[in-house]
Structure formats: structure tokens, C-alpha cells
Design a protein around this ligand. Sequence first.
Ligand SMILES: Cc1cc2nc3c(=O)[nH]c(=O)nc-3n(C[C@H](O)[C@H](O)[C@H](O)COP(=O)(O)O)c2cc1C
Ligand code: SF4
Length: 504
Amino acid sequence: MRARNIGASAAAALALVAARDLVQKKHALLRNFPVVGHARYLLERIGPELRQYVVTSNDEERPFSRDQRSWIYASAKEENNYFGFGTDNDVEHVQGHAYVKQRTFAGRLPDLRDAQAPLPSAKVLGGPRGRAKAFRPASVVNISAMSFGSLSGAAVTALNKGAALAGTMHNTGEGGLSPYHLNGGELVLQIGTSYFGCRNEDGTFNLDKLKSVVASGPVKAIEIKLSQGAKPGLGGMLPGVKVTDEIAGIRGIPAGKDCASPSRHTAFHDVDSMLDFVELLATETGLPVGIKSAIGEMGFWEELATLMERGDRGVDFVTIDGGEGGTGAAPLIFADSVSLPFRMGFSRVYSVFAERGLTDDITFIGSGKLGLPENAVVAFALGVDMVNVGREAMLSIGCIQAQKCHTDACPTGIATQDPWLTRGIDAPSKAIRAAMYLRTLRRELLRVSGAVGVAHPSLITPTDIDILNGDYEARTLASVYDYKDGWGSLGPKLADEIAELLTA
Ligand SMILES: Cc1cc2nc3c(=O)[nH]c(=O)nc-3n(C[C@H](O)[C@H](O)[C@H](O)COP(=O)(O)O)c2cc1C
Ligand code: SF4
């Protein structure tokens, strides 16, 4: 009898917990997995103690280590994101580790205590090529391309609202501009090989449709996707079951039928015709136009820089995606082994433009785990002007790195179209988390710049950073990547302009 009473009380308590989990809005995981989801939070809380005796260290997990994820979660929740007791890295022996060299004295700096401090780009996007709608991006940190389709509508809504709150731009991804992208955040419209949203029935590009998509939202720039780091040179396949009426309408494809994306563009077939296409889009829309690519063979970049040297045609921005970048789904061989990692790939491309004196005319954007301050600082020192954050933004809205994005069973409702799972996301509160994370990353970049004695991360140079090479030797970033004097730095006019803007 007594046992039965205890059982009934326990069941009632569990039912109460389940009911509370289902209605609360803070944790998507608990909304989707009432009661059992608590186990994950318990493990997270007692994890550090447990791990000292069992499994992995704080820096071992990939793609994002536990320390990196903790920093993102804490930043997004506006919790204490400091770490106590000093580093737990073996700083003298981690090959490739980057060390920022602070300065004892500094010139004029912005107010580093201001958590809302703006951090605009040092370059005007589209300015050098005289585009009608050239502008200075308000934030050097922006949200990377991730389509509605690979992400849920609720996740895209949260990211777009977060972008609006943080004053960053939000890249639509190649899946087209969806209603979820129209929540206030300014957009970069991405065009992939399938021209979703701006295609004819046979899959070829349609300029009039592009112009009406551009007119339908706050599109600030157009990005032509050539490839992405996690699966370069590979076409995509959206299975018919995932092509819902809604996705079909947005992408301009028939519902319920498999949709294969070709691996290469049909609107152009070489660098020369690509530049004609870029100029066509820029002239017809007035917007800055750029390309996104992972880095493989260098002939493409040599030819592009040579043609741009003439001055009559050119891209306004180049987004370089590292091989370590993320994806909704990719074959392992492509994710692991095709295309160069970010630092190596970016430095090669930058060098090609630097040899021709073109770097001040192009906005360089980087992606590939650059949503972590330590990686972003190295990217800026190599010559990046802005960073795009993909998975880090997903982590900020609740992704737990379950790595099931390719299965439609994402437990947090972010990378799935399953209505039960996506209902777990409370877009308004997740938007605030995304915004907090984006602002915190910007603030950390500003603070590291201050430590180096400069007013803006674009003023950090490749000699301000050393890379550990072997056990007891370090070389400057400039020497590791064969940078010549002045490479990786802004020209004097741009440098003065941005320092003045931030310290005025
Ligand atoms: C779920 C998901 C979907 C993505 N979709 C696209 C896409 O549509 N177009 C694109 O160029 N890159 C896409 N990417 C790649 C990201 O935009 C980004 O380049 C890459 O993940 C590296 O940034 P990160 O390390 O900050 O995630 C996607 C990545 C993820 C994780
Ligand atoms: S499946 Fe896992 S890794 Fe992918 S978005 Fe969902 S929680 Fe994140």
C-alpha cells in the first residue's frame, strides 16, 4: 500500500515536471523532451567534476570544444562568461596555437567598457566600384548563410530578429528569401547553383525574378555562392519528402519532387563570364555583389585578380569559407578532406590580391569557426574585414552540438522541419540570445584590439600575433603565411578613417 502511494506521488511529480517543461519557453530541449531533457542539463552542471575522472577534457570535443560552447552559451544568456583559475590549455606545447601580443602603451581607443559599442566595417561595401547602394556595414560580425529548409522557420526567425537587435546582417543561404527572413534583420541574398527564388522552370537564372526578390525585403547585398568549405564542388539533393508546399513556393520548384542542385553555375562558365554576371546584377539592382567560395586550386583566383586589375569589372566582396566550416549535410570525405582550412586558404587568396595592390578595394569576409574571439582575431590580422558566424549563432539559440542536422531529427528544433521539434523554439527569447552573443563577440574583438593598442580589429596586423611552431618556438603570423611587409593591414587612408570613426 505504502509502495503504491509512493509510486503515485512520484508519477504525479513527474507529470507536474512534464507539464511545466512543455509550457516553459526558455529551453527548446525541455519543450521537446519533457522530463528526460533534464538529464542533459544535470550532466552539463556536474560535467566538469565528472570528467576529471572519466572521459574528455574541456578542449577535446569537436567541432566546438566544451569551453568554446560554454563561452557561447554564457554570452548568449548574459551570464558570467569568464573562466576562473587560469587557462587549462597546455599553452607552451599546443602546435599552431595563436598568441596575441599586447602593447604596454596605446594611442586613442574607443570606450572599451561600453557593451553596446558599435563595431562597423573599416571598408565601405561596394564603395570602390561605385555601386549605387554602397554602404558601410554596421557590424564586422554577421550571420552566415544557412537556408530556410536546412534550418527551421522558427530558427531562421530567431536569427533574423537577433540580427535586427544586434544590428548585423543575416545571409539568407541558397534556399531563397523566406517570410522568416522578414523579421527586421537586414539581408545578404545568396544565389546558389539552383537559383532558388529566381529561377526559370528549367532551373536557369531569371533576372526579373531576382529583382522582385530583392525588392521584397531589406536586401543590402548579393552573394553568389560558388562553393562552401564543408562540401565544395558537390551538388546538393533535397529529397521530395522535404519539399513541402511552403519550401516549394519559396524556392520556385515543384512540391514533393526530388530537387537536385548542380555542382556548378549555369549562368556563367568561367571567370570572365562570372565577372559579366557580377556586373549585370550590380547594375540591375544597384547592390554590392560578391562571391563565396572554399579554397582549392588557385588558378581561379589568379585569373580573377588579373581581370580585376584592369579596373572595369570586379567583385565587391569575397567570402572565404574554411574547410572546417559547417553544413546541414555532407559526405564525410568532403567535410573532412576537400578544400583548405580557413587560415591557409584565406592567406593564399589574400596574397593573390595583395600582389596586385587590390586589397583596399575588396571587402574580405571570412567564415569557418570564426565566431570565437581567438579565431576571429587571427582572421582580422590576416586581412579579413568581417566575419560570418554560422554554427556559433546556432549554438547561441540552443543547438547542443548533437550533430543530427542531416537526419531531420534535431532535438532542439533548429535544423529540422518536424513541427513537433520546431515548436520547441521560442523565437523572441532565442532572438535576444542570438543578439547577446553577437554583441559579446564584437565587444571581445574590440577589447582584444584595445589590448594590442589599436581602435579596431582591422588594425591588428599579422606581426601582432605569434603562432606556436614546435615546442618552444613561435613565429609571427606574417612569417607563417609568407606575408610581405604591409600585407594584412589596411592602407593608410582606410586605417585613419576607421580609427577616427571609432574614437571621435
Ligand atoms: C545548417 C547549415 C546550413 C548551411 N547552409 C549554407 C548555405 O545555404 N549556403 C552557404 O553558402 N553556406 C551554408 N552553410 C555554411 C555556413 O554558412 C558557413 O560558411 C560555415 O558553417 C562556416 O561557418 P561556421 O564555422 O561559423 O559555422 C551552412 C552551414 C550550416 C551549419
Ligand atoms: S542536430 Fe544537433 S548539431 Fe544540428 S542543429 Fe540540432 S542540436 Fe545543433
